[in-house]
Design a protein. Structure first.
Ligand SMILES: NC(=O)c1ccc[n+]([C@@H]2O[C@H](COP(=O)([O-])OP(=O)(O)OC[C@H]3O[C@@H](n4cnc5c(N)ncnc54)[C@H](O)[C@@H]3O)[C@@H](O)[C@H]2O)c1
Length: 299
């Protein structure tokens, strides 16, 4: 949490701020018993023993958006309100998506080692694609999906979006100048597919081998949403076969991702450690949004 937001809370309340607490289960449970409010990122599992230990807690603040580390209905049953920082890191994720899309479509940026060692792979890198004119398919048209659409349109991309919770004529599509597309239509037509859905039963395994095979040849897949939504082995196979033109993966079934030989020599693959929503600016916005909501609820 941004330390100035911690200081804002500490000026009024008794605050224990300890980024290492998540790794000390015994102390975490002890401290949780006396907490009126718990503020977590994505690693702290607010369920099971920790949820049971929250004897007097009224609110869980989530420094981020995904709630898959929190037993939301279990919290509700105990009268604990759960507050995510919806929207506060959307721009950071959207910029990551656009940067990845541009790098992977163009395909010319992995040449540092070759150029520095006196090679000149100009011919091999001459078939990169421009971003303008390509079709971006957005799956999940919430806060991040909509922000990504705005950036993509600024770069001249055509944008189509699918959202399982929204009707095709929902105003949010036309208000953002975006075409609604069915899931199969989007997957078969988009040059870049980006995922912005929560991890729930209906999204688990959404991008399995069959769905990846249904993507356009040479398309790029970007997953900043959650692990378990994309089958990483299928992504690696599709990159190796040349069916996928590139992939950027920021989130994994298990984090940290254990060493994975199949991914190490995959062409056109960007792997990042769950960082797309984390930047100096986003951390500040997320932290102050949660601090303000906590102060408000404790008034
Ligand atoms: N990698 C990171 O650093 C990072 C940062 C922020 C958020 N995230 C992830 O991104 C997800 C989206 O964030 P957001 O702020 O846009 O959330 P949001 O709640 O604003 O939007 C999510 C959208 O997904 C839609 N949706 C739900 N189920 C769906 C389904 N089965 N198919 C298609 N759409 C479906 C919802 O209707 C909603 O419009 C979060 O749940 C989180 O897991 C990751």
């Amino acid at each position: 949490m941004d330390e100035r937001a911690v200081a804002q809370l500490a000026a009024v309340h008794d605050v224990l701020y300890d980024p290492q607490l998540v790794d000390d289960a015994t102390r975490l449970l002890t401290e949780a018993r006396r907490a009126d409010v718990l503020i977590v990122r994505n690693r702290t599992q607010v369920q099971g023993a920790l949820l049971a230990a929250l004897g007097q807690c009224k609110l869980v603040g989530r420094l981020g958006v995904g709630l898959d580390n929190i037993d939301v209905s279990g919290c509700a049953a105990k009268g604990i309100q759960v507050i995510p920082a919806t929207g506060a890191n959307a721009l950071s994720v959207a910029e990551y998506v656009m940067a990845s899309a541009m790098l992977l479509l163009r395909g010319a940026y992995a040449s540092t080692q070759a150029v520095a060692t006196g090679q000149w792979p100009r011919n091999a890198l001459s078939n990169g694609r421009e971003t303008a004119g390509q079709t971006l398919g957005i799956i999940g048209f919430g806060s991040i999906g909509q922000t990504t659409a705005r950036l993509a349109q600024g770069l001249g991309m055509k944008v189509m979006a699918f959202d399982a919770m929204l009707q095709p004529d929902a105003p949010v599509f036309s208000q953002n100048g975006v075409c609604f597309a069915g899931l199969d239509e989007l997957v078969s037509q988009a040059d870049v597919v980006t995922l912005h859905v929560p991890l729930v039963d209906t999204t688990r395994g959404l991008f399995n081998a069959a769905r990846i095979a249904a993507m356009k040849k040479g398309a790029v897949l970007i997953n900043t949403s959650r692990g378990h939504i994309v089958d990483l082995a299928a992504v690696a196979a599709a990159l190796q076969s040349g069916h996928l033109g590139g992939a950027a993966i920021d989130v994994f079934d298990v984090e940290p991702l254990p060493a994975n030989a199949a991914l190490q020599d995959c062409p056109n693959l960007l792997l990042t450690p769950h960082i797309s929503g984390v930047s100096l600016e986003a951390n500040e916005r997320v932290s102050f949004m949660i601090a303000d909501k906590v102060l408000e609820s404790l008034k």
